[in-house]
Design a protein around this ligand. Structure first.
Ligand code: ZN
Ligand code: ZN
Length: 347
């Protein structure tokens, strides 16, 4: 297995550092987490990576994969059958080419995401974290100030000094949370419910979820708390009909199953009905999850109502005052917003 194949096999998006050396972004398993800003970086990177699995982008490859899977499996299968291979081994071996091809396909799809590497690199450097190893760059920023490039002491990648915006030693050097079940569940959940969006400069960011806004409101005080509360209340109504409609689509499935159990006498119910009852509960749970989700909350309404309250539409922090051209920076998540009509700075 040469280095060429090993590279083909790796699940990471290729990128280049500012010295022009070829590197790889952090893999999904290495992403930082633990504080709100690290969590944003994680979700942003996860969202970029998830493009590798999107069916819409990859459906042709998916069809090809199925054909290869069938073709290779069938050819190999008939050949092995002529050698009198036992059935269990035959099944296992026939699966193998498909699994290898699927893995290679995902790796290849990640290579194709190279065009989006710049977004991730940007976001990491703005937060002072090395995009290729998650090392906190604060430690290396102080030395050799005359150098335009800083070299990460962990992985050697070199980055332009002026791209590293936040220099904070508050996190551990590797910016990685120790493993815990709670963190693992939260991070797995973030892959499903994370909201990707863009700021007014067109840069990718992650929007805070409605459920998390409650925590933001609780942490705020005085007049800011009042503004967060108003934004949260108004955002609650945004996308309500989309969520209700999607929820309604699930109702018939639950109703048919429930009816198949309820219309029969209790004594005749068996094990299969227990499974059906469980499925009904599952459907109902889906509806609850959907209604509590942020489906329909990414659009321009969100942006407008947050800007009305002088809050960052991405993270709900207080926006700074507008510059001469009407641009307002978020001091926390580094997004930029063009002040809308009627948007005033915090008093
Ligand atoms: Zn590094
Ligand atoms: Zn923000």
């Amino acid at each position: 297995m040469g280095t060429g194949f090993a590279r083909l096999w790796r699940l990471a998006i290729p990128c280049a550092d500012d010295a022009g050396d070829r590197r790889e972004l952090l893999s999904l398993r290495q992403l930082p987490s633990g504080t709100p800003r690290l969590q944003r970086l994680r979700e942003l990177t996860q969202n970029v990576y998830s493009g590798a699995f999107s069916f819409r982008r990859n459906w042709l490859a998916f069809v090809a994969l199925v054909l290869i899977f069938l073709g290779l499996g069938a050819t190999l299968g008939s050949w092995l059958q002529s050698l009198n291979t036992p059935a269990w081994l035959l099944g296992f071996i026939m699966m193998f080419p498909g699994v290898v091809v699927a893995r290679l396909w995902v790796a290849w799809a990640m290579r194709r995401l190279g065009g989006r590497a710049a977004e991730v690199v940007d976001a990491f450097l703005e937060e002072g974290i090395c995009p290729t190893c998650a090392y906190n760059l604060a430690g290396v920023m102080s030395g050799e100030e005359h150098n335009a490039l800083v070299a990460c002491s962990e992985c050697g990648a070199r980055w332009r000094r002026d791209r590293v915006r936040r220099v904070v030693q508050e996190e551990t050097d590797t910016a990685r949370e120790p493993w815990s079940l709670r963190a693992a569940m939260r991070n797995a959940g973030a892959r499903i419910v994370s909201m990707e969006g863009v700021d007014d400069l067109g840069r990718t960011t992650v929007f805070v979820r409605q459920l998390d806004l409650a925590g933001v409101e609780k942490a705020a005080t005085g007049e800011r708390q009042e503004r967060v509360r108003r934004a949260r209340r108004r955002l609650a109504a945004v996308g309500r009909w989309s969520r209700a409609l999607l929820g309604l689509l699930i109702v018939p499935f639950a109703a048919v199953l429930a009816w198949s159990i309820l219309r029969r006498p209790l004594a005749s119910l068996g094990m299969a009905d227990a499974f059906h009852a469980f499925a009904v509960l599952l459907y109902l749970w889906w509806i609850v999850v959907l209604l509590r989700s942020d489906v329909g909350r990414r659009g321009p309404k969100r942006r407008a109502l947050f800007l009305d309250e002088s809050l960052c539409p991405a993270c709900a922090s207080d926006l700074g005052p507008a510059d001469a051209d009407g641009w307002r920076d978020c001091p926390d998540c580094r997004t930029c917003w063009k002040a809308g009509t009627g948007a005033e700075g915090p008093a």
